[in-house]
Design a protein around this ligand. Structure first.
Ligand code: HPA
Length: 273
């Protein structure tokens, strides 16, 4: 067994000793989106700091715990707080919890994030269902020795985001008149927000929204055979005429304001997975 699988087995054993639930749906809550967690009827919470080999989140707005419970009476495992490359974690550390989720039995992963928009048809507060991504501006988390027990050396990425789940989400969106957008997420390292020229570049190469998370998690999940659904809340407009700046506070606030829509969507989505 490799060092990685040894560590994962220790992690998983620790978690399983703490909680006997066996959810098949995993949820990752993005920046400013921790309140969705309050809709989860909690069975067991485990702070990341307690879990062997888990990195520890440092960003304001991330509480950093694993939550076992039920969302709309469906058993889920949620990560309140995620790990970002810009915090100094290696890409392998960023995706470590995703791999642990796989070994814990997760089959479908719902990811959420705050993102900047470069699509003129989007506005702050819009929900954008991610139908594809560009990860070339970040480090691929699969670089290094392949963990064959998890997945292939050269995994296909032609459909990283599950089409059936996207269709189900769009139906729910229509029911609530959320006017869901659909688009391509460009992953970047951060922690700087983009320059005006960079936002234009992102638009020119096919991005609709841009953010500092999600793509590495998606790659690791797809590698391990987990179905992925991901959604962005537009928190700021990258391409704009106004002479203003983008702040982390405004991103958190916009995410918080749009969160009830996201919560409703996830609550209904778990019923049809
Ligand atoms: N760029 C990158 N990451 C982000 C942004 C952005 O504009 N907004 C929220 N996360």
């Amino acid at each position: 067994m490799s060092e990685l699988t040894d560590k994962l087995n220790e992690t998983v054993k620790y978690i399983q000793n703490k909680c006997k639930e066996k959810p098949i749906i995993g949820i990752v809550l993005g920046s400013g989106l921790g309140n969705l967690a309050s809709e989860i009827v909690i069975e067991k919470e485990i702070p990341y700091a307690e879990i062997p080999h888990f990195p520890v989140s440092t960003v304001v707005g991330h509480s950093g715990k694993l939550i076992f419970g039920t969302l709309n009476e469906v058993s889920v495992l949620a990560m309140a707080g995620r790990f970002h490359f810009y915090e100094g974690y290696t890409p392998a550390q960023v995706v470590y919890p995703i791999r642990a989720m796989k070994l814990l039995g997760i089959e479908t992963l719902l990811l959420s994030n705050a993102a900047g928009s470069v699509n003129p048809h989007y506005k702050v507060g819009d929900l954008v269902v991610i139908n594809d991504h560009i990860s070339l501006f970040t480090h691929n988390p699969l670089i290094g020795i392949n963990e064959d027990s998890l997945g292939l050396r050269f995994p296909d990425m032609s459909e990283p985001y599950d089409k059936k789940i996207i269709a189900a989400a769009k139906e729910i969106g229509e029911k609530y008149n959320y006017q869901l957008k659909e688009g391509v997420y460009m992953g970047v390292t951060g922690p700087t927000f983009e320059t005006r020229a960079e936002y234009k570049l992102i638009k020119a190469v096919g991005g609709d929204v841009v953010g500092m998370s999600t793509v590495q998690e998606t790659i690791a999940a797809v590698h391990a055979g987990i179905k992925v659904f991901a959604i962005s809340i537009v928190t700021d407009l990258g391409i704009r005429e106004t002479d203003d700046i983008i702040t982390h506070e405004e991103v958190l606030l916009a995410a918080k304001e749009a969160e009830p829509k996201l919560t409703r969507l996830f609550k209904e989505l778990v019923l049809v997975l």
